[in-house]
Design a protein around this ligand. Structure first.
Ligand code: GLP
Length: 260
């Protein structure tokens, strides 16, 4: 995999945008897998800026969310469909059309059917060309929590105590307000995307990033599965990259591939 440690999240976001634009240069109607959480914000800011400058559009693309909370009210600020609408949908954002934003339906009573429908929508669209990923402090990607399987399709998942604590900041700091169940693209689904672009910022991601890149592949650290993907980019800030041991090797490999 390609790993690069940047001084700031903004620099990492700009480099991530460059990788994304090169995929869209090859395929202007590429399907995008979209993450939520705070991590992709610098990248989404770059996409909006490029769209405003007429250099990039998601007008011809479909976007597929990684995950959604089960049972979160339709108009809740933190419902991932609403988060992604605010970040990406509309001519004043990236040109993405609301009907082309696919999120698992956390509102219907049969969450398993909603999970299967999301997986099918991805298949029907011909798959995700580039998947944007963050990472949880416990090594989850999407909401694939530790101690599960490395192969599932989109499915219903219980949130771990760690994730509930981490995400309480989005719910007035109150863990009792954080939903306890979600629908997440499975690791098997994520691994079928053409390119994986993973961003990680902050000290609390350092152990997860070190495991992701240098740990043994294990369901204990779900993100380690990306070691088996042929085209992965991991872009971190200094804090999130601080526990990596093979940094020199990553720099050499990056220079060889990108000449910078
Ligand atoms: C969230 C999301 C993930 C995200 C991760 C990190 O709960 N389900 O897709 O990558 O946890 O969140 P953040 O970027 O806010 O640190």
């Amino acid at each position: 995999m390609h790993i690069r440690v940047f001084d700031t999240p903004e620099l990492a976001g700009a480099a991530a945008a460059k990788i994304l634009f090169s995929v869209f240069d090859q395929k202007p109607d590429a399907n995008l897998g979209v993450a939520t959480g705070s991590t992709p914000e610098p990248l989404y800011a770059q996409l909006r800026e490029a769209h405003a400058g007429g250099k990039f559009t998601l007008a011809n693309s479909k976007a597929f969310a990684l995950d959604e909370y089960v049972g979160i009210p339709e108009d809740h600020y933190e419902r991932y469909r609403n988060v992604l609408r605010r970040e990406l949908v509309g001519e004043d954002k990236t040109g993405l059309k609301d009907e082309n934003l696919f999120t698992p339906n956390g509102l219907i009573s049969d969450s398993h059917a909603a999970a299967a429908a999301h997986d099918q929508a991805i298949k029907d669209a011909g798959g995700v060309d580039l998947q944007i990923l963050g990472i949880g402090s416990n090594g989850h990607i999407g909401f694939n929590e530790p101690g599960g399987w490395l192969v599932p399709r989109t499915h219903v998942e219980p949130l771990s105590a760690q994730t509930i604590r981490d995400n309480a900041r989005f719910f007035d700091g109150d863990i009792s307000k954080v939903p306890t169940t979600c629908i997440s693209q499975g690791l098997g689904t994520i691994m079928e995307a053409g390119v994986l672009l993973l961003l990680a910022f902050g000290e609390n991601k350092a152990e997860a990033v070190a495991q992701l890149a240098e740990g043994p592949i294990s369901a204990k650290w779900p993100a380690t599965i990306v070691q088996m993907h042929p085209e992965v980019y991991v872009l971190t800030d200094t804090a999130a990259g601080s526990k990596l041991e093979l940094t020199e090797m990553y720099e050499e490999r990056w220079k060889l591939a990108f000449g910078e």
